[in-house]
Structure formats: C-alpha cells, structure tokens
Design a protein around this ligand. Structure first.
Ligand code: SAH
Ligand code: SF4
Length: 355
C-alpha cells in the first residue's frame, strides 16, 4: 500500500525535482543524477549508488518510487507478441502489450485502471472504472517491459486500458517524461494517443502542438449508431468530434487516424461506408478498419471479410485512405481488458476479494 503522504518522485519532471532537491539543500548536479536513476527504472533508493546515504534515507522517509510488477505474462506462439498484467503498489492491475514490428518494438500502455466510458464492445469498459494512473505508473509499464525482455522500445501507443484524455494532466506529464532526452527519449512522432472523443481535451491537445499521432475511435458514421455503442457520443456527438479532429489536423499538420471496429450487422453496411466517407472526406486522415474482437458478455461479432472488402472499396473510391489493421498476438489477445477481467474472475472463484 502506498502512503498517500509520500511524494511520487518518479512523476516529477527534472525542473520540479531540482526545486525539491534544492529544498533539501542539495547541490544542482544532484538533480540530473537522481532524475537519471528514476528514468532508468530503479525500483529502490538504495540502488542509487552515487547518491549520499543520508539523502537516500530522506528519500525513503518522504518519497516512493512507482513500479509495475509482472502479475501475469502471455507470449504469443505466432508472432512473439507479449502481453502483461502489471500490478501497482495498491494492488490495482493494468495490461500492456509489446509487439515486434520491422522497425522495432512498440508498446501499448494503459492510462487508467478500468475506464468510465462504458463502450459496449470493450472488455475494459464493461469492467468499470478503478482509478487514474500516475505519470510514473504509465512510464513504469515501459520500463518493466524493457527490463523483462532486454529490449529498447521505440514506439508507444496509449491504447491500453482507460481513456487517456480522461486522465489528461497525468498523461501530459507522462508524455513529457517519456520524450525527454535524459529519459527514455522516445520522440513524440513515435507516440500515438487513442481517444473515444473527449472533445474539449482534443482542442487542448491540439493547442499544445505536440507531434504525436491522434487516433480517434470512431466506430460509427452517425449519432444513431454511435449513441448505441459508445455512450460518450451522447455528451460529444460525432459532428462536434469531427470538428475537433479537423482543428487538430490543421493545428498540428498531423494526420488523424480513425479507428473503426467492424461489427457484423451494426456498422458495416455499404451505406455506413458511404456516410463515413462523406463525413471525413478532405480531412488529413486515415481509417483503420479492425474486425471487432468478441468479448464476453457481448453479442457483437466480427464482420465477414467480404464486408470489409466492400467497405474499404467504397471508402477508397471516395478518396478516403483506409487499411485493415493487422492483428498481432491473436492467440493471446483477448482484446485489452480481458486478461485483467479473467484474473479477477479467477480470484473471485477462489473467494479472494477483487475489490
Ligand atoms: N480509451 C481509448 C484507448 C483505449 S481503447 C479509446 O477508446 O480510444 C483502444 C482501442 O481498442 C480503441 O480504438 C477501442 O475502440 C478499441 N477496442 C476496444 N474494444 C475493442 C474490441 N472488442 N474490438 C476491437 N477494438 C476494440
Ligand atoms: Fe474506455 Fe476506450 Fe474501452 Fe471505450 S474503448 S470503454 S473509451 S477503453
């Protein structure tokens, strides 16, 4: 259990750490030493070998270092994709997935334990919300995965459990840490953030002009279908969302990536394709079609492959670029949220408290 009074030292940027350390009477050069250790992923203060013992003792009494412990690990027999269930000090768990592409390793990290958004096709959404993750906890998922695999991760997608723009401050802080030169130094162009469409935060993000890729989980061409599958649409309807997307693309010059999970008989008709094309034509964007993953408790099924072909042909004819997303780790996938919910069920079956 984390003592709430302790300082989350790994979430501090270098400037904040400098102020903190000068308050403890430390010389300036100490900041980059301590910051370096934290970003490298040390789990305990006694590992900071070039830091005086007296200061380490103060750290132990006043601060804590977040870390992500491996609770479960699944390795795909097909393509070496690795899926983790990580736990934090308070016992909350989240999932991360490491995928190998020709250009290097990509990690999909979680930004919240659970999610409030309640999308109908999503295992995380069905499990409810537990809490926001701290910046340090998002970072720790990458550090633990790198350490466990002995690899350097070059790309990050914020597409795991949770809605990143519902945990905006911590996510922005994480982006600052992960991209800083003395840290993991993963450039913004190598980072994607996926959102279900929290419109005001899309404007905020656009105004920051970060060079990250914004992925928008659209999954429907109109309010009628989107209201049924994604409750967030009732708050921020599709027209408002697409207006925010245009603003983002214009402000940053970055192509928006629209995610569209193809659900049999729900959003995969030719009419849906035409309506979608009509709405996003002319926008700097790309559509990723993903056959929906069936999750337990949901009646949604994957669209047939002829449907995908027809859908994509209509989009392309209308001048909208689209691809069918390759799925990695399909044998272990059980799309995000399922590993955690099955672990919770196992615990419940054993009579343990799942919280
Ligand atoms: N909350 C954010 C990011 C996490 S979800 C968001 O919704 O964008 C990551 C992606 O997985 C989103 O595009 C989401 O819509 C998609 N997704 C969730 N459940 C899915 C399922 N059963 N099949 C296919 N995609 C799914
Ligand atoms: Fe939350 Fe994204 Fe799942 Fe919707 S799809 S419930 S926003 S994690």
């Amino acid at each position: 259990m984390v003592n709430e009074k302790l300082v989350d030292i790994k979430s501090m940027n270098e400037e904040e750490l400098g102020i903190f350390l000068s308050g403890l009477g430390q010389p300036k050069f100490r900041t980059s030493q301590v910051f370096g250790w934290l970003q490298k992923g040390v789990k305990t203060f006694d590992k900071m070998t070039n830091i005086p013992a007296g200061l380490r003792e103060i750290f132990v009494k006043t601060c804590y270092i977040s870390s992500a412990a491996i609770e479960k690990k699944l390795i795909s027999a097909y393509d070496s994709t690795v899926k983790y269930l990580f736990s934090f000090a308070d016992g909350e768990t989240v999932e991360s997935v490491v995928m190998k592409y020709h250009h290097g390793y990509t990690i999909c990290v979680s930004t919240q334990a659970g999610c409030k958004m309640g999308c109908d096709f999503c295992a995380t959404g069905k499990g409810g919300f537990r809490r926001d993750l701290k910046a340090s906890e998002i970072l720790s998922q990458i550090q633990s995965a790198q350490e466990d695999n002995g690899i350097r991760i070059s790309n990050v997608v914020l597409m795991g459990m949770g809605e990143p723009l519902d945990n905006y401050e911590n996510v922005i802080r994480f982006l600052e840490l992960v991209s800083c030169e003395k840290g993991l130094n993963i450039g913004m162009r190598h980072i994607s953030l996926s959102t279900c469409g929290i419109v005001p935060r899309i404007y905020d993000l656009a105004d920051k002009k970060l060079q990250l890729t914004l992925s928008v989980s659209l999954h429907a061409p109109n309010d009628e279908i989107r209201n049924r599958t994604m409750p967030v649409n009732k708050r921020y309807p599709i027209g408002e969302l697409l207006r925010a997307c245009r603003y983002y693309a214009e402000k940053t010059g970055r192509r928006i990536s629209f995610e569209y999970a193809m659900i049999d008989g729900v959003n995969d008709s030719d009419d849906c394709a035409r309506e979608l094309a009509g709405r996003i034509r002319g926008m700097l964007s790309h559509v990723n079609l993903i056959p929906v993953n069936t999750v337990s408790g949901s009646s949604y099924r994957k669209s047939r492959s002829e449907r995908l072909k027809s859908f994509i042909a209509i989009l392309e004819k209308a001048g909208v670029t689209a691809t069918v997303r390759r799925t990695l780790g399909s044998d272990i996938n059980a799309s995000c949220g399922q590993l955690r919910s099955s672990a919770a069920k196992n615990k419940a079956a054993k009579g343990e408290n799942t919280g």
